[in-house]
Design a protein around this ligand. Structure first.
Ligand SMILES: CC(C)(COP(=O)(O)OP(=O)(O)OC[C@H]1O[C@@H](n2cnc3c(N)ncnc32)[C@H](O)[C@@H]1OP(=O)(O)O)[C@@H](O)C(=O)NCCC(=O)NCCS
Length: 182
């Protein structure tokens, strides 16, 4: 589906179980940058735990209910994206993202998410794409806004992160809004 050049030297493509060792190294490098917001930052600590999440997403891709992609900058895995939920019957899905400090501030996540939106709406006929984030995660909120999403509201104490119950903001983009923006 996606093997895309996002910018000079920046590749966006699937992240798969054979890349477990690389994903474990990546988790080590970006742990501090993403750990307040990304649950697997605490649990991916070696190739075996990296493999667990990659196998889970590979199985979900085979079942068409989730997908995982990486972003390589000059050949080094620096971030990625997921279809965290993907429901081809109800035509709803959710995009999640992360990027280490080395790749932040270049618009790469916004570009990658736009490719995913295009595929979700134009290839897969999705009716709605969701974005969920902590109300304190300003950089994530900024991406949702850049993507033209609407904040629908906040679920109170709906998620557990690092042992704390957290609120969850729900953002969305609908198919007709995507059409109008392209
Ligand atoms: C959320 C996260 C992925 C956002 O990364 P990011 O690099 O800020 O996002 P983008 O790729 O959209 O880049 C936007 C920045 O690039 C700049 N930029 C440069 N060129 C750009 C372009 N062509 N298009 C858009 N933005 C561009 C923007 O001005 C913005 O700059 P800023 O850092 O000064 O605000 C990152 O902060 C992160 O991984 N955080 C930890 C994990 C996390 O929170 N994940 C989300 C959980 S809900």
């Amino acid at each position: 589906m996606l093997t895309v050049q996002l910018a000079e030297g920046v590749e966006f493509r699937t992240l798969e179980p054979w890349q477990s060792a690389e994903f474990a190294d990546h988790a080590e490098r970006v742990r501090e940058d993403i750990s307040p917001w990304i649950p697997w930052a605490a649990t991916v600590t070696d190739a075996a735990s990296a493999r667990e999440i990659l196998v889970s997403y590979a199985q979900r891709a085979a079942a068409d209910d989730g997908r995982m992609y990486g972003i390589w900058i000059d050949g080094v895995l620096q971030g990625g994206t997921v279809f965290r939920k993907f429901d081809p019957v109800l035509l709803n899905c959710e995009i999640g993202v992360w990027m280490g400090a080395a790749g932040q501030g270049r618009g790469l996540i916004t570009k990658a998410a736009r490719h995913m939106l295009r595929w979700a709406f134009e290839t897969r006929g999705m009716a709605r794409v969701e974005w969920q984030c902590d109300p304190e995660n300003q950089r994530s909120i900024a991406v949702a806004e850049r993507l033209g999403m609407t904040c629908e509201g906040t679920l109170l104490k709906a998620f557990v992160m690092n042992g704390q119950r957290r609120d969850v903001m729900i953002w969305s983009l609908l198919a007709n809004e995507w059409e109008r923006s392209t």
